[in-house]
Design a protein around this ligand. Structure first.
Ligand code: F6R
Length: 240
């Protein structure tokens, strides 16, 4: 992987946003892989002014994951988060931006449907990734198969605790999610993994330099030929 250490999250956002703008200018129907959580927000913020004069009408996007059983209108559903943080401010076409369907009816085929939609779009050109403190990418928690595709998973207690800040109480954090698999993520043509803060240092070092192991799902990126890691000093502190 190419590792770029930046002064702060804003600098990372600017760098990744510049790359995304280049991509969209050269290919107006670029397919973006969108992450939620705190990490990618500086990218979305930096994209806003940069995309002002760019035709984004054909840009497509696929979110990494969604909670299962959450009302899509709930402000913390990833459908709502992607709408608020990405689709609306960047003026993307909402019909071209998808999140996995976490509704309970149809959950058995939601994963297959999502895979089919990604394939039909020609695959993801650039996948934005964050990493969990336990090393997850997407919601592929430790033990996830490197060949896994979009499917329902149970969130770990650690991840529910990490995400409780978005909800009124930890008990409101859903128990299950539907997430792109590690196999899905590895098919994207370019992976851009962002990590900020000391809390991510151990997971980032394990992902980049530790053994390739299902115990640390982020280590799957070592199998991918085109990975860019953008981290601040604190997140990069444990790298050799
Ligand atoms: C989000 C996702 C997760 C997050 C990870 C880090 O779509 O798939 O893997 O990237 O949990 O979360 P933050 O960025 O909030 O620290």
């Amino acid at each position: 992987a190419e590792v770029i250490i930046v002064a702060d999250a804003a600098a990372a956002g600017a760098l990744v946003a510049d790359e995304i703008v280049r991509l969209i200018r050269s290919r107006p129907d670029t397919v973006l892989g969108l992450a939620t959580g705190s990490t990618p927000l500086p990218v979305y913020e930096a994209l806003r002014p940069r995309l002002a004069g760019v035709d984004v009408s054909r840009v497509r996007g696929f979110a990494l994951d969604e909670y299962v059983g959450i009302d899509p209108a709930h402000p913390e559903s990833y459908r709502a988060v992607i709408g608020r943080e990405v689709v609306e401010p960047l003026r993307l076409d909402p019909d071209r931006i998808r999140t996995p369907d976490g509704s309970l009816d149809g959950i058995e085929h939601a994963g297959d449907d999502y895979e089919a939609a990604i394939t039909a779009a020609g695959g993801v050109d650039l996948q934005i990734l964050g990493i969990g403190t336990d090393g997850h990418i997407g919601f592929n928690e430790p033990g996830s198969s490197f060949a896994s595709l979009t499917r329902v998973k149970t969130l770990t207690a650690q991840t529910r605790q990490d995400n409780a800040r978005f909800f009124d109480a930890i008990d409101d954090v859903p128990m299950h999610c539907i997430t792109q698999g590690l196999g899905t993520i590895l098919r994207a043509r370019h992976l851009v993994l962002l990590a900020f803060g000391a809390g991510k240092a151990e997971a980032l070092a394990g992902a980049l330099e530790g053994p390739v192991s299902a115990a640390l799902p982020g280590s799957a990126i070592q199998l991918h030929p085109h990975v860019t890691v953008v981290a601040d000093e604190a997140a990069a502190a444990e790298l050799a």
